[in-house]
Write a protein that binds this ligand. Structure first.
Ligand code: PMP
Length: 437
């Protein structure tokens, strides 16, 4: 065992023993650059919307570990649930010896997911794995190969995830070939010159030029594009997709991995629409920081794969399942859907008030507390340099912000929905400073 490892194991939890720079040098030597990092600070501990690095510096966390912490870092209810489960068992492999808590969570999600129809839920570990399995289920249930996704969409880093993702750099470059029978059409984003009619025409063209709609198993889309820039799918587009699905026997898959669990002011973003998906992928905030994902769908579709066709060694890990029950309890008890609306409005109000001082602000958008601000140059071109600058200024003042967007010119806000009002205001004040320069 090296000294460094011994040192790591022996150090007391609250005594900073490392500098960020020294760990960063070790990271660069020990881990590949392909696993890019957002900030060169190293976490020491965290609580709700605050995080402290190994040098004892405090940050307000407006990123929530990429939308995972809707109930904050280490919510006491989540900790309690995981600790209680630790006393019983950490792993049996659900497919070998199952447990009631997973069945109860499936029942709960089946009840909570939009639509009164019979549903079933299968658990996995990562978001990408949920996407992979939604595609497996859709193909198996329809007997068709084709999957249609949107430009700018993000669905994960596995091979099907990459194939479905509509952004080459950095996600796909150098990693092909990808699985076949995957097609992209432009997402309807009027700000970028693509109307709903343009997107629908592209689908019509796809069905004429590339694939018979009777060979398409599913459309997959995020109700609000996450990595792509927090673009909300227009309701008339969602309605038109549903109609095309019904016309051609195609399934509609809503990827709710980033939008789920109260983020948008509803438990699921599909509740903002008057049409239902056939399958939904969930992950991230489902288990408050424990790795857990799932596919929730129409019972008859979910039962298409034969026994053994779905699953995974860690799928539905019992600690993660316990955490997920606690997360759902917290969302309900602390009325986080309503709180997301309130916090999102406060944030939008702050951004609007800065508009006259910050000409780079081209758009402020989003549902609930899934809000983003997009920056353009005076000539109307995307301004990723300004987004980066705002992010760096905010970090220097103790606020962690995430960027996103096809052009990297968007800052997205994903603070915990449990954030204390005072901490939110503190973060908004730093944001204002960072935007004004
Ligand atoms: N789908 C969406 C909409 C996502 O936002 C993400 C993660 N950013 C994924 C899929 C992939 O999830 P994971 O990183 O857990 O594999």
């Amino acid at each position: 065992m090296t000294d460094a490892i011994l040192h790591t194991r022996n150090r007391s939890a609250d005594t900073p023993s490392f500098s960020n720079a020294s760990i960063d040098a070790r990271r660069i030597a020990a881990t590949p650059r392909g696993v890019g990092i957002g900030f060169s600070i190293y976490a020491q501990h965290a609580r709700n919307a605050e995080l402290w690095d190994v040098e004892g510096r405090r940050y307000i966390d407006f990123g929530s570990g990429i939308a995972v912490l809707n109930v904050g870092h280490r919510h006491p209810r989540v900790l309690q649930a995981v600790e209680a489960q630790l006393e019983n068992f950490m792993h049996t492999a659900y497919q070998v010896v199952p447990y009631e808590s997973a069945v109860a969570l499936a029942e709960r999600l089946n009840r909570l997911a939009p639509g009164a129809h019979a549903k079933k839920t299968a658990f996995f570990t990562t978001g990408a794995e949920a996407v992979e399995n939604a595609v497996k289920i859709a193909r198996c249930a329809t007997g068709r190969p084709g999957i249609v996704a949107l430009g700018g969409g993000f669905h994960g880093r596995t091979f099907m995830g990459m194939a479905l993702t509509g952004k080459v750099l950095p996600y796909k470059a150098g990693f092909g070939p990808f699985p076949g029978s995957v097609f992209h059409v432009p997402a309807p984003i009027p700000l970028h010159g693509v109307s709903v009619a343009d997107s629908l025409r592209a689908i019509e063209h796809l069905f004429k030029a590339d694939i018979d709609p009777r060979q398409v198993a599913a459309f997959i889309l995020e109700p609000v594009q996450g990595e792509g820039g927090f673009h909300v799918a227009p309701p008339d587009f969602m309605r038109a997709l549903r109609a095309l699905c019904d016309q051609h026997g195609i399934l509609l898959i809503a990827d709710e991995i980033q939008t789920g669990f109260a983020r948008t002011g509803k438990l699921f973003a599909m509740e903002h629409y008057d049409v239902l998906p056939d399958l939904m992928t969930v992950a991230k905030s489902l288990a408050g920081g424990m790795p857990l994902s799932g596919v929730i769908g129409r019972a008859e579709l979910m039962d298409a794969p034969a026994p053994g066709g779905l699953g995974g060694t860690y799928a539905g890990n019992p600690l993660a399942i316990a955490a997920a029950h606690a997360v759902l309890d917290v969302i309900e008890e602390e009325q986080l859907c309503a709180r997301a609306e309130r916090l999102g409005l406060r944030l939008k109000q702050q951004l609007q008030s800065l508009r006259e001082h910050v000409p780079q602000i081209a758009d402020i958008r989003g549902h609930g507390a899934m809000v983003a601000v997009e920056f353009m140059q005076a000539n109307g071109q995307p301004d990723p340099a300004f987004a980066k600058q705002v992010q760096q200024r905010a970090q220097a003042a103790g606020l962690l912000l995430l960027t996103c967007g096809t052009y990297g010119n968007v800052i997205r806000f994903l603070f915990p929905l449990t954030i204390e009002d005072g901490v939110l205001e503190e973060g908004l004040a730093i944001l204002a400073q960072a935007l004004r320069g």
